[in-house]
Design a protein around this ligand. Sequence first.
Ligand SMILES: Nc1ncnc2c1ncn2[C@@H]1O[C@H](COP(=O)(O)OP(=O)(O)OP(=O)(O)O)[C@@H](O)[C@H]1O
Ligand SMILES: [Mg+2]
Length: 497
Amino acid sequence: MNRTRTNDRSARSRHGRAAAGKGGSRTGSQAPRRSDGPARSGGYGRRPATVQGEFELPRTITPALPPVEGFAELDMPEHLLTELGKQGVTAPFPIQGATLPNSLAGRDVLGRGRTGSGKTLAFGLALLARTAGQRAEPRQPLGLILVPTRELAQQVTDALTPYARSVRLRLATVVGGMSIGRQAGALRGGAEVVVATPGRLKDLIDRGDCRLNHVGITVLDEADQMADMGFMPQVTALLDQVRPEGQRMLFSATLDRNVDLLVRRYLTDPVVHSVDPSAGTVTTMEHHVLHVHGADKHATTTEIAARDGRVIMFLDTKHAVDRLTQDLLNSGVRAAALHGGKSQPQRTRTLAQFKTGHVTVLVATNVAARGIHVDNLDLVVNVDPPTDHKDYLHRSGRTARAGESGSVVTLVTPNQRRGMVRLMADAGIRPQTTQIRSGDEALSRITGAQAPSGIPVVITAPVVERPKRSAPSRGRRRPSSATRRAPVRQTVLDAVA
Ligand SMILES: Nc1ncnc2c1ncn2[C@@H]1O[C@H](COP(=O)(O)OP(=O)(O)OP(=O)(O)O)[C@@H](O)[C@H]1O
Ligand SMILES: [Mg+2]
């Protein structure tokens, strides 16, 4: 397999990158300032002021290789191609067809593609293909994927695990809220690829459990979110430790000026693939604004939650999430709360229960807004309207993924109307606006709303994932360690081979 890079990067030095970053940087290298606005406890605590505004795409100097229409045209290990077939991934999505020829050749990539358009495999296949055949030394991974949230780290690990296994690469997931000792152990054992949130990775490096000087490929998924969350200083500190001549890829559905610094300093002559400007152009997604009176909002929300089928409901604060979840449970709706105030095992269990259908309503802060993929999720409800159009696009993007269709409903009280009009204009969306009340036929037509049973429910039983057996065992007891295994998949390290 040809791993020759098409651009000569040997002349590039870290110093050169830094210089490039300084030259005309609009963001500077300081941490984004903390917002003076209202506290958002949406899982992240207060959110730093975002440096928004139109993002200027960098210019590509070396022309990009042409897109491919089939995976077989790509310079990828045979085992990866076979695994794609096994996973039922038969043809590349546009962002994959466009970026993979270049990323497989070692080019830096800046990829902006709609929510649910397949960015994970776009960067994941390139990283795995180019790392295949190499073996990591203890504590010295070869590839790094940085993501903003723990759930996303786990999801990226899960999505890439079958492909990594097919080429005998070991993945380690490094996130906060879980045993650092176990994560250190996995790194000591050797992991070619680390999927990490920045804070925990820094902790492991500080402890001497990880070094990035062998990392030749670095991916930033949802880079703008990491910047919004105030992770920029950590992200740049980590990027300064990876191999200076290595490959970097930056992917997100939205990019704004707060990633300027990353792009200028850390991407060299990147191939740019930008499907859309930052607009809500997923054609299979319907957008509804439902005007509702404040006094009727709670009843309306409850009826929507009682629909048949899944729904994710976004609210601004942890407290509001907990309160609505409890109210829904009291009304007979199988709801569960996800926010940054929950322990990581709770967060993992809740998401797993939502994915299996054990709970039908996920009530969440923005911690669930980015990257999370749940099959057959056809409705997203903004119980609290999002703060800005980026949040709107990412929250919405939990539905209508990979060509499926779905609806996004935002409940808007009279005093929120003007702000919502502006937000929709910023997002490039023309929603269908309807005045509704609880019990309305229109509400039920748009969302499937119905009256809840009124019989309180308690979500107790955890999801039990037992290994499937082809035939019932007779007389042989399973080893007790297997039966004692935690009922829900471990959040970290389960993908380590
Ligand atoms: N080539 C393909 N063929 C079929 N399904 C695919 C293909 N590529 C990706 N998918 C599926 O599409 C879904 C969405 O992919 P993914 O999570 O990578 O989207 P994304 O672009 O990262 O979205 P977001 O911006 O929300 O993070 C996943 O279920 C994934 O398995
Ligand atoms: Mg993604």
